[in-house]
Design a protein around this ligand. Structure first.
Ligand code: GTP
Ligand code: MG
Length: 480
């Protein structure tokens, strides 16, 4: 029998303990895929930048009081680590922070496609079982930024070209779109659908339609834009897969003529491209990205549509209903039938809450809740926890008191985005329910856009409203 001396036995014992510890640590490492979305300009880039900034600086200056792992002193550190998916663009945190660090801070540039960033969060587990097993654990957090417009396309997976065209036709022929769409629709109707397809004409018509969608979004402030990739094409810019349009004149063709029309005809080519778009772009996004998300935050700017009037606000409501179909995991819902998504927590955040005074925040939250509630009534949401918050990723205003007609009122002080001048204003009240006609007639509000006030360095935390509550809802249970 071989004898082991005491020293080498102790060494062996230490080695076994430390590798057991390593195995345990490894098995304790967790991973969360957090997806951030919202329509263009809803505040995605500002949000992700601020969220990462709060974590790497631990809310420096203004502690993250509602984020338990920090509040309880168990948070060790967060750092950026190389992302997993090398084929996806990197979220440009440094560029955004550089903007906030300029002498005259500016907002980050608009972004047009999907991007990703990975953080490693080190913390001490609180759970009694884990606490004795290891002193530290790591949560890997993958954050994905993608345009909310891409989710507007989900219903297309369930629609034939005819059905989709009919739905688009209803939108295009009704106000507020009808006036702008008139010329496009007349040109489209003048084309014989069974004539041989002319690629150049098709590209032109698709271009007209894309321009129209941009006008709906930017001139009228509308939100329901389909196909979503037409205004945010990502890597498909200029590709023929984006060159088709809805054809809302099926009354002009015999059913059997349409069915037998081949790809060499105008209508046949529209149908073929629609199907290609549906399968290659819409379905691919859900299969490749969406099914991997664990948690989702949907950002909604409710204030700009309120400024833009009743049509814009109703359109935002409709867009949110369409977006929510992607999270309706009841058995009969399209998303559950086609994919197996695993998102278990969904946060709706009304952004830019620093554009209104503090006592209006609860109204903004209730307003968004009402919008979401409309969609909830129509769909079934099993096994998904939802919450609604009013937030500001980067707080740009200070609140003060003033007097109006002998009564004290709250006011905001900040630098206007357009004139860059300091102003003190009362922007008005936010409705706590879906706005009535009376609300629109009175128009007692004007929400003004502000620019970031003070420069914020790389190692400072960006001022914000309720990002600690966002973190607690989305990650709190993973950091116990
Ligand atoms: N006051 C204030 N304005 C904000 C805040 N977040 C975003 N904004 C404003 O909203 C604009 C759009 O913000 P982004 O973060 O770029 O929005 P986005 O959703 O990434 O926009 P796209 O990349 O174009 O889709 C900014 O340029 C700001 O003017 C905020 O927390 N407070
Ligand atoms: Mg962006």
């Amino acid at each position: 029998m071989a004898l082991i001396n005491t020293k080498s036995f102790k060494n062996l014992q230490q080695r076994i303990t430390s590798s057991a510890q390593q195995i345990l640590n490894r098995s304790l490492d967790q991973h969360v895929n957090l997806a951030v979305t919202g329509l263009s300009q809803s505040g995605k880039t500002a949000f992700i930048t601020s969220l990462v900034n709060q974590l790497v600086n631990e809310g420096n200056g203004k502690p993250l009081s509602f984020f338990n792992v920090v509040h309880e002193g168990r948070f060790i550190a967060a750092k950026r680590v190389p992302q997993n998916n090398l084929h996806i663009s990197r979220f440009d945190y440094d560029a955004a922070m550089k903007n906030f660090g300029e002498e005259e801070p500016i907002w980050p540039e608009p972004t047009k496609t999907i991007s990703e960033l990975r953080l490693a969060l080190r913390y001490s587990p609180d759970d009694s079982l884990l606490k004795y097993a290891t002193e530290r654990a790591t949560l890997y957090l993958d954050i994905t930024d993608y345009p909310g417009e891409w989710l507007l396309d989900l219903p297309m997976l369930n629609q034939t070209f005819e059905q989709w065209s009919e739905y688009m036709g209803q939108l295009l022929k009704a106000e507020p779109r009808a006036e702008l769409a008139q010329e496009f629709l007349s040109r489209l109707e003048s084309i014989d659908p069974l004539e041989p397809v002319n690629e150049e004409l098709l590209a032109e018509i698709a271009n007209d339609y894309t321009e129209l969608l941009h006008k709906f979004r930017h001139d009228l402030g509308l939100s329901v834009i389909q196909p979503g990739r037409f205004i945010l094409p990502g890597e498909h810019q200029g590709a023929p897969i984006l060159q088709f349009v809805p054809y809302p004149f099926f009354g002009n063709i015999e059913k059997n003529e349409y069915q037998s029309a081949g790809q060499s005809t105008f209508i046949g080519m529209l149908r073929a491209r629609y199907l290609e778009y549906r399968e290659r772009i819409v379905r691919e996004f859900y299969k490749k990205h969406f099914v991997k998300f664990d948690r989702q935050i949907i950002l909604a700017d409710c204030l700009t549509p309120l400024n833009n009037g009743p049509h814009a606000f109703q359109d935002l409501q409709q867009a949110i209903t369409l977006i929510m179909e992607s999270f309706a995991y009841g058995k009969s819902n399209i998303i559950s039938r086609l994919f197996s998504p695993k998102i278990d927590k969904l946060l709706f955040a009304a952004t830019k809450a620093d554009h209104i005074t503090g006592e209006q925040h609860s109204n903004l939250t209730s307003l968004l809740e009402r919008v979401v509630y409309q969609a909830k009534k129509q769909l079934s949401f099993d096994a998904i926890t939802m919450k609604t918050l009013a937030i500001a990723s980067v707080k740009t205003t200070e609140q003060g008191k003033s007097e109006y007609q002998g009564k004290p009122i709250s006011v905001l002080k900040g630098k206007r985005l357009d004139t860059q001048k300091m102003i003190t204003v009362y922007p008005g009240a936010v409705p706590d329910k879906l706005p009535t006609q009376d609300f629109w007639l009175k128009r007692g509000f004007n929400y003004i856009a502000f620019k970031p006030m003070d420069r914020v360095g790389e190692h400072q935390a960006l001022p914000n409203i309720r990002l600690d509550q966002v973190l607690q809802f989305l990650l709190g249970d993973k950091l116990k």
